[in-house]
Design a protein around this ligand. Structure first.
Ligand SMILES: Nc1ncnc2c1ncn2[C@@H]1O[C@H](COP(=O)(O)OP(=O)(O)OP(=O)(O)O)[C@@H](O)[C@H]1O
Length: 619
């Protein structure tokens, strides 16, 4: 077991709040590189030093919630995998807590499903053409909800698995786990007691991205149990990525909460800190100071006319310039610098997965799960469909059989055909596999074509959301029908038109990136040399727009309205992203801006105080 770090600075204050006899709750919202994660680990080690015996005696543990599995593993590692600490992601944590409450989960689902069915009844009754695609899809959705509602009475125990795609009786989805916990915590004193007795201390990292409903339920639980429960939130509103968090966390805390400060940035050199302070000046105005002895560091802005330049060449010449300016030859070695493409849509276009990704990324309710892999349909596509397609392509019979066995009802005692004549069923399955092979071996077929065949042959369980969209063929939809479809269905229909290779590239991107290259992942990371590339041309402008942040494109009426009403907007989102990316740099930072209006970008950068004249180069 590793020797504990000694507490440093504000760590003492925070450790004091976690006194089991006099617990206090706190919010540590501090800027990038201020050592929040370090503090979290330090105080946990100190708790182990001083309270281990007492906690074990009481059968209690310390709860620690992280946002990604990667962060969870890192904190566990730093705590030497000590079982005193229950470190997990939010979904696993809350499911552990609510899973014995079968009747309450049932009650919640009954209410929710009944409301959904009522809503669908209304839509169906208003349909202009009951045989139209929208009405038919709604009818299918209603059927599946009615069945689920009806089967609730048969459920003896619910299950939830973060990695399972199977929509079968008695399972609850990722989204439902959060919603159910929030409701139960608010309503059930028993559940509050279970939480607070089992975990007298609960610490949540990256809490700016914890779902609002759940965060409010935790805070209410704390207020009602403040003599025995300490809730500690770590994070930074300026680094929030996902849309579902509690944005007013700082201003709406109960009066007795503590708000310790950390104002030193231990990661970045002086010049980078100056830059990120000035970016933040346009948001919450929080300022950081460099650590004692911090190096000066180097920042440069390279402005490139997006109409005239070839990207690869110019980026190589920028690396050469940075090497000369910073007297650092590692800038010449591509693997010694971190090029951050700031925006997934840019990566999508560069990485050939845009046809699948971009339509889905325009939908609010899908956006987050596209990046964090929590959507049932996306998990199905990446974890069941693609492995099956690959196994079929390379004729890996063993893999084919095990995927079908695991992810479909064909080879199962629930399948009457299989029970009556297993040999015939297997032969038919082989034929179905052959049909799929014909499509996927030679060509790059549209996803819809593959999915329809898989559905017709019943080779995999297809999640409801996708299943209902596979009614008829996509070209049956006329304009009027299209108007009636939900945004989400339209997006899925477009994504279905993508060649299957785009889904494959998306899966690679997400798998490689989860916990690392996505914005969420980049947040915890640091790199000596950072090249931040901003390029709206190859980016999806719905979420982020550098041209707007840098003054090269006028704000829309909606942007202006959102801004004046204090709402989140393309501008505030882009600013936060710019902050996160710049604050990763430990030594030197090159910001590379592709723009249609180089002069405007230069003007805005000077006016905002982000860069000085001699730090800007027009390429
Ligand atoms: N008290 C300290 N003294 C020296 N170095 C420190 C101290 N605290 C943190 N650091 C170092 O500063 C860097 C940033 O720390 P850490 O990752 O904990 O910050 P953070 O606030 O969680 O960052 P971010 O919000 O940007 O992800 C790390 O390299 C860490 O080792």
């Amino acid at each position: 077991m590793s020797k504990p770090n000694s507490l440093i600075g504000v760590d003492h204050e925070i450790y004091g709040y976690l006194n089991l006899d006099n617990p206090k709750s706190f919010l540590l919202f501090a800027g990038a590189g201020s050592g929040k994660t370090r503090t979290l680990v330090n105080v946990l080690q100190e708790i182990r030093e001083n309270n281990l015996g007492r906690l074990i005696q009481n059968g209690q543990r310390v709860g620690v919630i992280t946002y990604t599995n990667a962060a969870c593993n890192e904190i566990q590692r730093r705590l030497s995998y000590d079982p005193l600490f229950h470190v997990s992601t939010i979904h696993s944590f809350v499911w552990e807590m609510i899973k014995p409450f079968t009747e309450d989960i049932k009650g919640w689902l009954k209410t929710k499903l009944s409301a959904d069915i009522e809503d669908l009844n209304l839509k169906i009754s208003k349909a202009r053409d009951i045989n139209g695609k929208t009405a038919q899809q709604n009818i299918r959705k209603r059927e599946s909800k009615v069945t689920r509602l009806d089967e609730l009475r048969l459920v003896k125990k619910f299950s939830y698995s973060p990695t399972s795609n199977r929509a079968e009786r008695g399972t609850v989805s990722h989204e439902e786990v959060i919603q159910i916990t929030a409701t139960l915590l608010n309503e059930s004193q028993l559940l509050q007691n279970i939480l607070t007795n089992r975990y007298p201390i609960l610490l949540i990292d990256e809490s700016q991205d914890t779902r609002k409903e759940l965060m409010e339920a935790f805070i209410q639980t704390q207020s009602l149990n403040c003599s025995k429960f300490s809730l500690g939130l770590f994070g930074d509103l300026m680094q929030r990525i996902y849309g579902g968090g509690k944005h007013d966390l700082e201003s709406s805390l109960p009066d007795d909460w503590k708000t310790p400060l950390k104002t030193i940035n231990y990661r970045c050199p002086q010049r980078v800190i100056e830059l990120i302070n000035s970016i933040r000046e346009e948001d919450d105005k929080k300022k950081q100071e460099p650590k004692a002895g911090a190096s000066l560091g180097i920042v440069r802005l390279f402005i490139i006319d997006s109409d005239t330049v070839r990207e690869r060449d110019v980026e190589a010449s920028i690396r050469a310039k940075m090497s000369a300016i910073s007297d650092d030859s590692f800038w010449l070695e591509p693997n010694k610098i971190k090029a951050l493409t700031l925006e997934h849509a840019m990566a999508a276009i560069r990485g050939n997965f845009d046809k699948f990704y971009l339509p889905l990324a325009t939908v609010d309710s899908l956006r987050d799960s596209l990046l964090n892999g929590t959507n049932v349909s996306l998990r199905f596509l990446c974890n069941s469909l693609l492995p099956l397609v690959n196994a079929i392509r390379v004729r890996d019979e063993f893999a084919i059989a095990s995927i079908i066995k695991k992810y479909s009802g064909v080879i199962s005692s629930n399948n009457v055909d299989f029970c009556l004549d297993p040999i015939l069923t297997l032969k038919n399955t082989d034929k179905s596999v052959d049909k799929v092979r014909v499509i996927v071996s030679k060509l790059d077929p549209p996803l819809a074509q593959v999915l329809r065949l898989i559905k017709d042959c019943k080779l995999l369980y297809i999640p409801d959301e996708l299943n209902v969209l596979l009614v008829g063929s996509s070209d049956e939809t006329n304009d009027e029908e299209e108007e009636n479809l939900s945004k989400r269905s339209i997006a899925w229909n477009q994504a279905f038109l993508a060649p299957i290779s785009h889904l494959e590239n998306y899966a690679l991107y997400i798998n490689e990136e989860l916990g690392y290259g996505t914005h969420q992942g980049v947040k915890g990371l640091e790199f000596e040399r950072v090249m931040a590339i901003m390029d709206d041309n190859s980016a999806n402008g719905f979420l982020f727009r550098y041209e707007k942040l840098f003054g090269a494109q006028e704000l829309s009426q909606t942007d202006i309205r959102n801004q004046s009403e204090g709402k989140d907007s393309v501008l505030s989102r882009t600013r936060r992203l710019f902050y996160v990316i710049c604050s990763r740099a430990e030594k030197s930072l090159a910001v590379v801006a592709y723009t249609k209006d180089p002069e405007a970008v230069k003007r805005k950068s000077l006016e905002s105080g982000w860069f000085r004249e001699d730090e800007i180069e027009m390429m």
